[in-house]
Design a protein around this ligand. Structure first.
Ligand SMILES: Cc1cc2nc3c(=O)[nH]c(=O)nc-3n(C[C@H](O)[C@H](O)[C@H](O)COP(=O)(O)OP(=O)(O)OC[C@H]3O[C@@H](n4cnc5c(N)ncnc54)[C@H](O)[C@@H]3O)c2cc1C
Length: 489
């Protein structure tokens, strides 16, 4: 943890302002830029402070999934029916326990409009659906199932609809051509057109309060020197998660110790800590997204067993649900069992996760008995699991876990096992509790005057579960809310 104090400074102790604006946004990632655009459109003079030398944050490096639905123009164009109510039913089941119902309801109701807004800012979406298992589509397809909507048990709770919306990429790879970059670039350009100013290499340290307890500015550091920035109407925190704050990880999400993934080092929890120093309320600090480093095309065609040789999740699930379940409920122990024919079939598919296949199976065997012994399971354990699976699989059914019939085939021989123990990583989802106008709530239940937040320094729509696109989704959605609310505060 940094030894820099997060105790707020008093307004009357500030001798001189280095910068002034109506609204000061801290962090120029997806939440920050969405805030800036809406605040500027509402007539506010906006200044963004960014710790690094340029805009983008984790968002610009990301895959670019934005979780939207309820009947977006893209869903409709590709022939998928969805309603806000259907989307809400799914999200309440998939993002719990403890999901914020008011936020999810609000997000689902506003989702179609939010998609239209992104398009209006210049974010491109290609009208093409990708329906294969995978972390991402292999090319520039614009829509994909990205949360297990079409897998058990969720496909029995709500009508499956794909909601992973992806900005079109020029040439798929991360950084300058990735989906996240193609989301951020038009938003940043829009902000610049609206007159939003940005100052780089400026690192937030703490907030400034007036005599009434209202947030009126920030103290930052640039090249080792303090910088004082006055916010006439409000400060919006958009500094990202705490995935790279070791002490906070140990305190709140110990399962992620030494396994941060899909985050950047600048996500050090500062936005959360400066607001905590004012008495801010936190929510879902234990919530995590978890990736498992395996190709979903291979997983869907095999069976996943835990450290006791038992199946525990439908293998055609959203891979992050598999990751969460493995890390949280299976002691981070998994083995992927697949026969040679199915593995060859998977290896011949197009997949954006093909790189994960380069890790060869840890064991190959002529029989289940032999494989069981190679892995080190007690005799009979894996044989019993495969026997029960195959008994129903010959009829195309998986009555135990509900894997979809298209992926259910008896496991034959020869066969192999991937060692997926300790092959997970993730990022944190908890943070400041905010209301639907992105006002930061005090532990008393009232908003903290002059303080707003959005993105992964807040607790958004995810609690116990996750869907790909929830972070760019709620970050941009509630960033916009923060901008509008701060502009009239
Ligand atoms: C490889 C990868 C793939 C991902 N794929 C997806 C995906 O497909 N869909 C999805 O929804 N999410 C995805 N994510 C997660 C997503 O990118 C983040 O959760 C999201 O960007 C969070 O938005 P944010 O605005 O809170 O943070 P960011 O976009 O990271 O922006 C925060 C900004 O604040 C700045 N900052 C931090 N501290 C300070 C400070 N003290 N002073 C000033 N500035 C500061 C940072 O430098 C950064 O620019 C992915 C992440 C990665 C890395």
């Amino acid at each position: 943890m940094s030894d820099v104090s997060v105790h707020p400074d008093r307004l009357d102790a500030v001798a001189e302002w280095d910068y002034e604006a109506d609204i000061v946004v801290v962090g120029y990632g997806v939440a920050g830029v969405s805030t800036a655009i809406e605040a500027a459109r509402a007539g506010a003079d906006v200044l963004v402070l960014e710790r690094t030398g340029g805009w983008g944050g984790a968002a610009a490096l990301s895959g670019g999934f934005i979780y939207l639905g309820g009947g977006t123009a893209l869903q409709k164009a590709l022939g998928f029916d969805d309603t806000p109510e259907n989307m809400e039913r799914f999200l309440m089941a998939a993002l719990g326990p403890g999901a914020d119902q008011a936020k999810i309801h609000d997000y689902c109701q506003g989702s179609v409009e939010h998609f239209d807004w992104l398009v209006a800012q210049g974010v491109p979406f290609k009208e093409e659906f990708w329906g294969e298992p995978g972390w991402e589509p292999p090319a520039d397809q614009g829509l994909m199932f990205s949360g297990g909507e079409n897998a058990a048990p969720y496909n029995t709770l709500a009508t499956p609809a794909p909601r992973g919306h992806l900005p079109q990429m020029a040439d798929k790879h991360t950084s300058e051509n990735g989906g996240g970059f193609m989301l951020m670039k038009p938003l940043i350009d829009t902000a610049a057109t609206l007159g939003v100013r940005a100052e780089y290499d400026v690192r937030l340290q703490r907030l400034i309060l007036d005599h009434s307890g209202r947030v009126t500015g920030v103290v930052a550091k640039r090249y080792g020197k303090p910088v004082h920035v006055r916010a006439r109407r409000g400060v919006v925190l958009a500094t990202g998660s705490f995935a790279y704050n070791q002490q906070m990880i140990e305190a709140y999400t110990p399962l992620l110790i030494n396994r941060p993934a899909a985050a950047i080092e600048e996500h050090d929890g500062i936005g959360i800590r400066v607001a905590q120093a004012l008495g801010a309320q936190l929510a879902h600090m234990d919530a995590i997204e978890v990736a498992i480093f395996a190709d979903p095309q291979v997983m869907a065609r095999g069976i996943l067993v835990n450290g006791r040789g038992q199946r525990y999740i439908p293998e055609d699930s959203y891979p992050s649900h598999i990751g969460q379940s493995t890390l949280i409920r299976q002691n981070n122990e998994a083995f992927l069992i697949i026969d040679e024919t199915a593995l060859e079939e998977a290896n011949n598919t197009v997949s954006s996760s093909a790189a994960m296949r380069s890790v060869p199976p840890a064991w190959v065997a002529e029989s289940v008995e032999e494989l069981e012994s190679e892995i080190g399971f007690p005799a009979g354990i894996l044989q019993a699991t495969v026997e029960v699976y195959n008994r129903h699989a010959k009829d195309g059914a998986d009555p135990l876990l509900g894997k979809k019939p298209q992926w259910v085939k008896p496991i034959g021989t020869p066969l192999a096992a991937y060692d997926l123990r300790n092959r997970t990583g993730g990022f944190t989802l908890g943070g400041l509790r905010t209301d639907l106008d992105s006002r930061v709530m005090h532990v008393s239940g009232d908003p903290i005057p002059g303080l707003f937040a959005a993105g992964r320094c807040t607790s958004g729509i995810s609690a116990g579960g996750y869907v790909s696109g929830a972070s760019l989704g709620d970050g941009s959605f509630y960033g916009r809310r923060a901008g509008r609310a701060a502009a009239v505060s």
